[in-house]
Write a protein that binds this ligand. Structure first.
Ligand code: TNX
Length: 490
C-alpha cells in the first residue's frame, strides 16, 4: 500500500546515474527516527535531521554514529570515485547514505530531500531501493551579474540555497562592468565609492557593493553549501565604472561619463600604460586573497574597442597574474585568441562555431566550460511573451535549455575537454531577486541535469514529467519560478 504522498525513487533532479527501486524496502519513517553520523559529517547530519523534522513533525534527535538514518564516510582510498559520489540505500528498517567525502554526503542529502513529500504528512514513507550516483562533470555552475544590477548578500544567499538543491556547485559572480563595480578593493576606494554607489547599474537602478567582509562571509556561506564562488573582474573591456572612478585608467587620462545604459564594447583599459598593470595586479592580488576557491575569472569578452594587438599584449601580461596569486584563470572564449597559460579555462558562449581558438586550446589540453548563449543563457526570454529578458540569442524555452549536449557543441571540444557547464544570468532587464528567480527557474534545473546526469540517462520527456512535480516544491520554498506552458505543472 503506497502512502499517497510517497515519491518515486527516480523522481529526482538531476536524475541520478543509477536508480534501483525495491518496493519491498520502503522506509516508513517511525516516530523515534534518529540521525547518526561521524563527527566530520555532523553539520550535514544536522541538516538532514532538520529536513526530516520538517517533513514528519517528529523530534528526530541526532544519535552519535548509530541511528536509523546514518551518514557514513567511506575510505577515500576507494579508487577513482568522484568526491561528489554517494550511495543511498533505503530499506524497511532505515537509511544508509555513504560517500567518500562530506561533499558527496551533501549531494546525497539533496537527493533525500527531494524524496521527502513537500507538505508535512501523517505518515512519511521513503521509497525503497538503492541510488548510486556521481556527476558527469566536476563544474556545474550559474552566474549572477551584480554589475548591471546589484543583489545584496541576503539575496545571493537565498539564491545559493535554491541552487544547491540541484547540485549546482559553482556560482560565478560578475562583479564589475561598465555600469558598476561591486567589490571593495583595498587601496582603490573610489571603485566602490564612485561606481558602487547611488545611481549605478542599468538606469541607475541597481546600486550597492560588497565590502571585503561581506564578500568573505558570502564565500564562506557558499562553501557551507559546497558551492565555490568564482569572482569575475571583467577586462580589458567592460571597464567604464573603473575608469569613472580612476580617470588615469584611460589612455588619455580624460575623465569618462558615467554609463547606465546596456551598450557593450566601448570601454577599454589602456594596454600601453604601466598604470594599467599596477591597477590590474593589485585587483587580482586582493580578489585572489579574498577567494579560497581555485578560480579567478578575468572576463576578456567583447573588447570591441581594444585592437587585436593591444588585446594580446594585455592578456599576455595579465593572465599569468592569476597563477602568480595561486589561481586558475577562467576567461570568456575570446581570450583563446592569445597563447594561454596551461591551466587557463576558456568559457565558450558563442552561438555558431567559429575559428576562435577554443578548439585549438582544447587540443593543447585546456579544459573548457560550455555556456552557449542560445541554450544556457538564463537572460534570454522564454518566449515572445516573456516580460523580462533579451533575445539576441533567440528565445530559450525549457526544452531548448534541456535538449542539447555540451560535448556536441563545438568540433574538437568533446567530453574529455569539458570541465563542465555554466548557465549565466545577465541583469540588464532584472531588478530584484524575484526577477532572478523567474529567469533561472526552471531552466537552471535543465542545465543542472545536463551537468550531472550521464548523457545516456537523459531524456526530455522524463525531465518534463519530473519537473512538473517540482512546481509545488519550488512554490513552497517561495521561489518565483516561471510556470512555462511546456510543463504540465502539478
Ligand atoms: C553578452 S556573453 C555579454 C554581456 C551581456 C550579455 C547579455 C558575454 C560574455 N558578454 O556583456 O550582458 O551578452 O545577454
Amino acid at each position: 500500500m503506497r502512502a499517497p504522498t510517497m515519491r518515486h525513487l527516480g523522481d529526482v533532479i538531476p536524475l541520478p546515474a543509477s536508480v534501483r527501486p525495491d518496493a519491498s524496502a520502503d522506509f516508513r519513517i517511525p516516530a523515534d527516527v534518529t540521525v547518526g553520523a561521524a563527527p566530520a559529517a555532523a553539520a550535514i547530519a544536522d541538516e538532514l535531521a532538520g529536513l526530516l523534522r520538517r517533513a514528519t513533525g517528529f523530534p528526530v534527535p541526532r544519535a552519535g554514529e548509530g541511528g536509523s538514518v546514518r551518514l557514513l564516510l567511506d575510505d577515500e582510498a576507494d579508487g577513482g570515485k568522484s568526491p561528489e559520489s554517494y550511495r543511498l540505500d533505503i530499506a524497511a528498517d532505515g537509511v544508509t547514505l555513504r560517500a567518500p567525502t562530506a561533499q558527496g554526503l551533501f549531494a546525497g542529502v539533496q537527493t533525500v530531500r527531494q524524496l521527502l513529500p513537500v507538505e508535512a504528512a501523517a505518515e512519511v514513507v521513503l521509497p525503497g531501493g538503492r541510488i548510486e550516483d556521481e556527476p558527469r562533470f566536476p563544474y556545474r555552475g550559474t552566474m549572477l551579474d551584480l554589475a548591471r544590477h546589484f543583489y545584496g548578500p541576503a539575496d545571493v544567499r537565498s539564491f545559493i540555497d535554491t541552487i544547491a538543491q540541484f547540485k549546482i556547485n559553482h556560482l560565478h559572480l560578475h562583479l564589475t562592468d561598465d555600469q558598476g563595480w561591486r567589490l571593495e578593493i583595498e587601496g582603490w576606494p573610489r571603485l566602490t565609492e564612485v561606481s558602487g554607489g547611488a545611481g549605478t547599474g542599468i538606469d541607475g537602478a541597481g546600486p550597492g557593493f560588497l565590502t571585503a567582509r561581506e564578500y568573505t562571509d558570502l564565500v564562506a556561506y557558499a562553501e557551507s553549501r559546497f558551492i565555490t564562488i568564482v569572482p569575475e573582474i571583467d577586462m580589458p573591456g567592460h571597464v567604464n565604472a573603473a575608469q569613472l572612478a580612476y580617470p588615469e585608467l584611460t589612455c588619455d587620462g580624460v575623465p569618462v561619463q558615467q554609463r547606465t545604459d546596456p551598450e557593450v564594447g566601448y570601454s577599454s583599459l589602456c594596454a600601453g600604460k604601466e598604470e594599467t598593470y599596477a591597477f590590474v595586479e593589485d585587483v587580482i592580488r586582493v580578489v585572489a586573497a579574498l577567494t579560497p576557491g581555485p578560480y579567478l575569472h578575468i572576463g576578456g569578452d567583447e573588447a570591441l574597442n581594444t585592437t587585436a594587438e593591444d588585446y594580446r599584449t594585455f592578456l599576455t601580461r595579465v593572465l599569468p597574474l592569476a597563477g602568480k596569486y595561486g589561481k586558475r584563470a577562467i576567461g570568456w572564449h575570446e581570450m583563446a585568441a592569445v597563447d594561454l597559460p596551461p591551466t587557463a579555462i576558456p568559457q565558450y558562449w558563442r552561438i555558431e562555431p567559429a575559428d576562435d581558438g577554443v578548439a585549438r586550446a582544447a587540443a593543447a589540453g585546456h579544459q573548457v566550460i560550455m555556456s552557449p548563449a542560445d541554450r544556457s543563457y538564463l537572460d534570454m526570454k522564454y518566449d515572445d511573451t516573456s516580460p523580462l529578458g533579451l533575445d539576441w540569442a533567440g528565445v530559450v524555452g525549457v526544452e531548448r535549455s534541456y535538449d542539447w549536449d555540451p560535448a556536441d557543441r563545438l568540433p574538437g571540444v568533446g567530453e574529455e575537454s569539458l570541465l563542465g557547464v555554466e548557465a549565466p544570468l545577465w541583469s540588464e532587464t532584472l531588478r530584484s531577486l524575484a526577477d532572478v528567480e523567474f529567469m533561472a527557474f526552471p531552466r537552471l534545473l535543465a542545465i543542472a541535469e545536463i551537468g550531472w546526469t550521464p548523457r545516456a540517462g537523459r531524456d526530455w520527456q522524463s525531465f518534463r514529467r519530473r519537473l512538473a512535480e517540482f512546481g509545488p516544491r519550488l512554490a513552497a520554498q517561495g521561489v518565483n519560478f516561471h510556470r512555462s506552458p511546456e510543463i504540465d505543472w502539478r
